[in-house]
Design a protein around this ligand. Structure first.
Ligand SMILES: Cc1ncc(COP(=O)(O)O)c(C=O)c1O
Length: 385
């Protein structure tokens, strides 16, 4: 095991990132998708070398990035991707926005599966498109995709589907069968698919990631995948993501992204992403092992200390979607946890109306901090009214 958990709270509080700056020091932040670990050693070394060389100029779409991603995708997901189809974008959401702007007419409908990552709403609107919700359905304690409902919205004339797989905040990982059905539906109703697979490196034991573009020619004919090392290796501030196109029409669409888009990527992000995909897979495996343990530790802590909170461990990633409706707090329970427990969680309603009564926790942290998050939540519930 690498030095994942060696970081201290004092060290974390010196970070300049949004996670550690948004709230005052007495609040413990668990609201944003950032991990509380040190960098993978190969990433740190690659950045140090770049800094030593003063390599901080404007970003350039380096062919090595496509090669490194292709090698990782082949080994990790058995996805054979052609590095020539890899485009540089500053981050996944910038890629989504610019591609929607290029591909859709003003007002064009874009389907999302709610509850979902809040910027999906704002970025679809920023691209002058219309949000069309197709809710996930409850399946036991967890969630599932409702393919009939998805077909109904596809048939209503929408132009695109912003697929989130693995899904944020539910941690749902779609099966190959489900994805194959989506390919058929998208083809039948001429829907463009933008497959946000940013959480794929963090698929946990028991689940398997299927890359949308690994599903054959039909999938490649109507889809662009958006991937990044930013979640798996915790480098979102370095600004580097990739858009992948594997058919002539999709490459043509990607080719229409102008220089202004990819120039907003960071050179250190490219350096770090190459080091992540190529040289930091053991570190990633250590993270996956730690998260696998934490998702179960969280379950036992919730069962012991947070009666009335419902939680199904995610199949991927480090986000826990907690159903607090039984506590009858309010539609936005984060307020009570922040005010009375001094712990900052993700507000459920920002994930869509079906997020009412829910909160999201980030559990990619050290064990003492994870225990403190739950302890603060429990204290908030004890002291309310
Ligand atoms: C599903 C999903 N897409 C995109 C992003 C943001 O990615 P980026 O910083 O590359 O825009 C996140 C961040 O948490 C996410 O969860």
């Amino acid at each position: 095991m690498t030095r994942l958990s060696e970081i201290t709270l004092e060290q974390l509080r010196t970070r300049r990132s949004a996670k550690w700056q948004t709230f005052p020091a007495e609040v413990l932040p668990a609201f944003i998708a950032e991990m509380d670990f040190l960098l993978a050693p190969a990433i740190a070394a690659a950045i140090e070398t770049a800094v030593h060389n003063g390599d901080c100029g404007y970003a350039w779409p380096d062919a090595e990035l496509g090669d490194a991603l292709a090698g990782f995708a082949r080994r990790r997901y058995a996805w054979q991707l052609d590095p020539a189809g890899v485009g540089l974008i500053p981050d996944v959401m910038a890629g989504v926005t610019e591609l929607l702007r290029l591909a859709l007419p003003e007002g064009g409908g874009v389907v999302i599966n709610t509850p979902v990552y809040p910027p999906f709403f704002s970025h679809i609107r920023a691209a002058r498109c219309t949000v069309v919700e197709s809710r996930l359905v409850r399946d036991g304690g967890g969630y599932a995709l409702d393919l009939d409902a998805l077909e109904a919205v596809f048939a209503s004339g929408v132009r695109a589907y912003l697929l989130c797989n693995p899904h944020n905040p539910t941690g749902l990982v779609l099966s190959r069968d489900e994805l194959e059905r989506i390919v058929e539906l998208a083809d039948r109703y001429s829907v463009l698919v933008f497959a946000d697979e940013i959480h794929a490196p963090l698929v946990l034991p028991g689940a398997q990631h299927t890359a949308y573009l690994s599903l054959g020619e039909l999938a490649c004919s109507h889809a662009i995948a958006l991937v990044s090392a930013s979640k798996g290796w915790n480098i979102p501030g370095l600004k580097c993501a990739q858009a992948v196109a594997m058919s002539a029409p999709m490459r043509a669409l990607l080719g229409r992204l102008d220089e202004d888009t990819w120039e907003r990527a960071g050179t250190l992000g490219i350096v770090a992403s190459i080091a992540a995909y190529r040289d930091s897979v053991e570190w990633l495996d250590d993270v996956v092992r730690l998260l696998d343990g934490h998702r179960m530790l969280l379950r036992s802590l919730i069962e012991r200390d947070l009666t009335g909170v419902r939680y199904t461990p995610p199949a991927a990633g480090y986000l826990a979607w907690l159903d607090c409706r039984e506590l009858a707090l309010s539609d936005e329970p984060v307020d009570v946890f922040l005010e009375r427990g001094r712990v900052a969680l993700g507000p459920g309603l920002t994930f869509g109306a079906s997020g009412a009564g829910h909160v999201r926790i980030t559990f990619a942290t050290t064990e003492p901090i994870l225990r403190d998050i739950v302890a603060r939540m429990a204290a908030a519930l004890r002291t309310r009214d």
